[in-house]
Design a protein around this ligand. Sequence first.
Ligand SMILES: *Cc1c(COP(=O)(O)O)cnc(C)c1O
Length: 361
Amino acid sequence: MSGLRIEIDLDKIGTNARELVARCGDRGISVTAVTKAMLGAPDLALALSSVSALGDSRIENIERVRNAGIETPALLLRTPMPSQVERVVAADVMSVNTELDVISMLSSAARRSGRTHDVMLMVELGDLREGLMPIALNAAIRHVLSLENIRLRGIGANLACRNGIAPSNENMGELSAIVESVETTFGIEIDVVSGGNSANLEWALDDSSEIGRVNNLRLGESILLGREPLRRRPIIGLHTNAISIVAEVIESQRKPSRPWGVPNQNSFGEIPEVVDRGDVWQTILAMGRQDADTADLHAPDGAEILAASSDHLVTATSARMRAGEEVRFEPGYSALLRAMTSPFVAKCFHSGVLSGAAGCR
Ligand SMILES: *Cc1c(COP(=O)(O)O)cnc(C)c1O
């Protein structure tokens, strides 16, 4: 087994998904499970069979899911690159959109291939990432409705990702009002009203919230890590330990905690301030910033992360460790994202339910 690895318990993730599907279902909300933190791993997609759709920000990941023979409806969560419109149309997905030029290109690509492409228009509600300003929406819709081979299926919004703006009755109410106004203005029906991501859960599951027209959420972090992203609190009843990162000890020596000599910048341009705590068991693990966002790793009892360079994670452990012993960390979203994209981290899927899914890739 590879020393440096990410272990993914697909049964726990499947349970988290089913639980969130049930809770959201009680509020009339469907779940699109977001797979981008795990590169659209087909094993993950299979474990998410309870959700109504899969979502990913990258067409490459959706193609990976499709190539594995998985036909679940899919949503491309990031507005398509003009250079990829052909692939987006061919992958048979709905795509989120904010630029009329891009939708026109999707229309041409869809016409050329004899397909119809579904779009969800994103509106800006204050977090200032993607989305049309509400005032620009009607003109955009008029244009979209005039395009051949394009079907307007949804209106959505995204909060919390850039500025941490929380979903509330106010901004979600604005989304519902926008949807109703669009429906009366154009005499159409908007199928999917996608209110946001895992940051929307607390709002969506609170009995006193006015759900209005919101009938879909796109959930990634809450399914994978069992936490809500506004304050990173565990969601009661969900597994928060479905994913761990295991690294191998390569050195453990009794050393002073304070460096000596003339301090300058380290390899990442920082000049660390070090507290003198006397001698420590300084244990080095074969993992670095290339493999995980080491600031976003939670160390187990008896180990503390002191520093990280590209390939060395320096910890203080309560005792000497032997080379080859292992330490298991819990990743946050950022650490998970980087570990999944490092070619040096083996991806190990475990499942008692899905036969064939076990093993490291
Ligand atoms: C990443 C992403 C999501 C999922 O976010 P989580 O916080 O992981 O639930 C949802 N919608 C969009 C547009 C995204 O980019």
